[in-house]
Design a protein around this ligand. Sequence first.
Ligand code: 2P0
Length: 331
Amino acid sequence: MTIDATARAHPNMALVKYWGKRDEQIMLPSTGSLSMTLDEFPTTTTVQLREDHGPDVLELNGAVAQGEPLRRVTRFLDLVRERAGSEARAVVRSRNEVPTGAGLASSASGFAALATAASAVYELPQDTRSLSRLARRGSGSACRSIIDRMAVWHAGEDDATSFAEQIEAPELAMVVVVVDAGGKKVSSREAMRLTAATSPFAAAWRASTARTLEEMLAACREGDVERIGELAETNALRMHAVIQSTVPSVRYLRGASVGVFDAIEQLRADGLQAWGTADAGPNVVAITRPADAAAVADALAGHGEVRVVRPGPGARLVDERVAPVSTGEVR
Ligand code: 2P0
C-alpha cells in the first residue's frame, strides 16, 4: 500500500487572465483562460498518510504552518477524503523554490503538486483531466499548472467540464521583472469578489475576455507570436483596469510597474518585440520570442531583478521526498 507520494509542479503565467468566479463553492470561473506553465520556481510536495489518527499537519518551506494555510490544505484534503472514502489524515510537506520575494504566486504550483501527490496516496483517478479538476478546487489557476507548456482552462458548466488541457502554441519566452518583492495587501480571491460586487465594468471584462480567449486560441493555432503578445498585453491591462475600478480601489500595479510597461512599448518602437503582462501584484512579465529573450532581459534589467523563463512541465510524481522539519534541513 502506498503511504506517501511526492509531486512537483510549476507556476503558470496567464496570457488570458482568470479574474472572477461564477461559482465560488466549486470554483467555476466566469470565463476561460490560457497560460504558459513555467520551467522555473517549482513546488515539491510530499503527502504522507498518518497512522496515528492525529490531525492534518502542514510543513511549508521547513516550518510548521498553522492558520489559514493549514485550513486551506485541510479543506482540500477533506474533499479528497470524501471522494476516496477515507478518514486518514496526512502530513503535507511542501517546498517552494521561488527565490525569496520573487513575487510569483505559489498557490497554482502548490495546489497542482498537492492534488497530484494526494491523488496518488488516496488512490483517486490520476489522469490529467481528473487532476486538473481536483487542483481547481484548491486554487482556480492550479488547474492550469497540471498541464505541460501551454494550457487552456475551459470555464465549463459544472465540476466535470471545468478543467485545463494542453494546446499547441509557438515557442515563447518570458522575462520576469521583479520591481517589488513585497507581499500584496488584498488577495486575488478577495479582489475578485470585490470586482464582481462593486465594479461597473465587471460584465464588460467578462465579455471581452471571452472574446479575447477565442482570438488567442486562433493566434496560438496560427503560430502568430505578435498577435499573441498584443492580445495578452491588452487583456492584462484590462484586468488591471477593472481591478482599479473597484470600491475601495485595489491597485496592484505600482509606478515602477507602469514604467516597465512603458519600457516594453519603447522596445517595440525600437524594433525589439515584447509585450507586457502582470498578475495580481506589481511585477511585470515581458512576453517575447526565445531568440529575443536575452536582449529583452538586458534592456529591462534596470527596472528590477530579471529572470528568463520558458515553457515547463505539468505536475508529476517524483521519487524524492521533502524531508520532515524535525530532521533539520529540508531538501
Ligand atoms: C490568472 N490570477 O489567470 C489570474 C491573473 C491572478 C491574476 O489566477 O481564488 O490564486 O484561488 O481561484 O487562482 C490568481 O488567483 O485564485 C489568478 P483562487 P487564484 O493567473
